[in-house]
Design a protein around this ligand. Sequence first.
Ligand SMILES: [Zn+2]
Length: 407
Amino acid sequence: METLNRRQVTDEASAAQSIDPGTECTAYSYQPVIDVMSSFPTIWDTASLVNGDTEASSLFATINATLNSKLPNVKPKGTSTGDFSNVGYSASDPDCWWTWSQCTNPDSSLGINADHTTVPEPDTWGLGFDDGPNCSHNAFYDHLKNNGQKATMFYIGSNVMDWPLQAQRGLTDGHHICVHTWSHQYMTSFSNEEAFAELYYTRKAIKAVLGVTPTCWRPPYGDVDNRIRLIAQGLNLTNYVWSDDSEDWKTSTAGSNVTEADITANYQAVVSKASNGTYKASGPIVLTHELTNFTMSEFMSQYDSIKAAFKYVVPLASAFNITQPYTENNVSYPDFLAYTNQSSSASSSVSVSGSSTGTDTTAGASSSATSNSSGGSSTKSSGSPKLIVNFFAISVLAGLISCGTLL
Ligand SMILES: [Zn+2]
């Protein structure tokens, strides 16, 4: 009975066809995900180390030893749903706890990296969307694609496992993929092991489904302290929070009285700051979401006025000149100059290949990251079949990743 309700999509391209939310969000199965499910925590549960996962256990042991030596007194706080009412905490904010004081600069003696809240480029909107991949994001992703607009996508691990073909579209479209935890709960509430697992298995899910290993993350609700920062740092994940919050997420929060008009006003407040000199030295990172059809359509309706007010609207990788955004050193991304000077005819080449197992996919991409004119066309060989396409139309080799049916 259940099978009758499922959608027969087998690759990213077929999953990208419909813009009907009901169709898009009809469940499907994808064999490469089925094949690796037992190596992951239960979807949407708080993550913990999977029994028998010696690789994860070993890395956790290393990170945990660092935690115990550097931060022996930083304990979990509150509940995973964000109830901190019973937390006793010093007003001096010793843990640089964002939720307490919006602290983003840990004591430099700790060797913990500061969070990014803005982009270094003036008059530039740092564009990112949280909570995807949303099953019904095709109209939104079509809009970005039609405008040649790339963004940083903070994906939830459980969503990647639920909607792997939607996740693949993010990479295929040239977006910059980052980690947004496994179950989207308050990270400072978790034990060291749980916090590690929330990040580790999301990173691993993105590798399994997309073939790339992210090096960036964002804590749900911004809830991070030095203990969580150190765990993320041990996983080679740089933390990007934000300077401005659209609060688009609040419209779907139970009990919230935030209206859609409020969200429009929030967007316009950031837009108006662009003309009063607020962003003369550095640009904002704005918190926006791929969470609901409202949050996606609201961005689309605001996009023209954002572009008119800001000199540039860029994904975070390009804003920070990160030309290798993934651990795999054969995937590259345009730096700020290359990204902002691109035209529809100036392109770089990229190639992405995947294996049928879904677990050892490799992605190869090469762009003319240091060039601001026409793109290069190199591709590095890894011994697997390659598809060379325009940089901003990365195409996963569907035939290799394929064979998905139902999950
Ligand atoms: Zn989120």
